[in-house]
Write a protein that binds this ligand. Sequence first.
Ligand code: UDP
Ligand code: MG
Length: 318
Amino acid sequence: MSDYALDLVVPCYNEEDVLPQTVPVMLTHLRSLAADPELNLNRFRILLVNDGSVDGTWPVIEALARENPEVVGVRLSRNFGHQNALLAGLHEVTADVCVSMDCDLQDDIGVIKSMLLVYQRGTDLALGVRNDRSSDSSGKRRTANAYYRLLSLMGVRIIENHADFRMMSRRALAALLEHSEVNLFLRGLIPTLGFSVTLIPYKRMSRTLGETKYTLRKMIRLAIDGVTSFSIAPLRAVAILGTCVFALSTGAGLYFLMERLLNPQSVTPGWASTVLPLLFLGGVQILSIGVLGEYIGKIYMEVKRRPRFIIQERTKDG
Ligand code: UDP
Ligand code: MG
């Protein structure tokens, strides 16, 4: 295999305390990979994407880029969210192969070598898969499992325990970048690309520096995007529910009508039988409208075709 270049894409949001510690580790590691005789890696860059941080992340990135020719900073004009920041970084890739990872080094940087070996064998995608989630709280583990079950129920193919730590060849990346959807859920798109894929198990550390930028709200948002960007099962479920309720109420209506005709002196049902179905139906309707709204909202966002990220500046050109 001939020599190739690597771009490491790293989204950063409010990581001023983290970057000065992790970027030197990345640099040292990548330099050792470039010197590794097993690998044909001859050049690399670290693309740090500042996702509209409100702390001193950008000056930190500028300083790192000044001191290290391999570091390139890309500054987004505001916070676009992790997925879009990652996408912005992927658009900047010029190398033959790219690896995306978080800036906190929770993902095992040692795995990059295995990913490059996989690339050298001609495989287009290598996905880091966590082999144990012991660094997560039991609550997070349980919700993750429930979520994977829900996704598979909806017919969404997803690789379990794979986040956004992955290697992509230039052609796999080009295929990914063809997707122009605004509601981006990268890890759901990857299995739809095809190509040869290798899963690489690794152990994910807990975050030792800084704190998680994924608030509960962002996580729920990503989870809903994951379902609704890949499946219309919730719409079908609501339609089926509506049909069942309609059939049941028609049956019950007929039953009570017959009862009234055949047995005129029967007692009229009490308030529970009036109020409960009303509440139940009200609930079903609001839920259904909510689900419809979620999809209409998605269509609305898609048709507007707004840019998914806006680059304000770069530390170096090209
Ligand atoms: N991140 C980002 N934009 C955001 C939130 C997070 O670019 O709006 C970055 C963050 O700086 C980190 C990566 O995305 O490099 C993953 O975030 P984090 O480590 O907080 O998530 P966790 O590992 O807890 O899931
Ligand atoms: Mg993290």
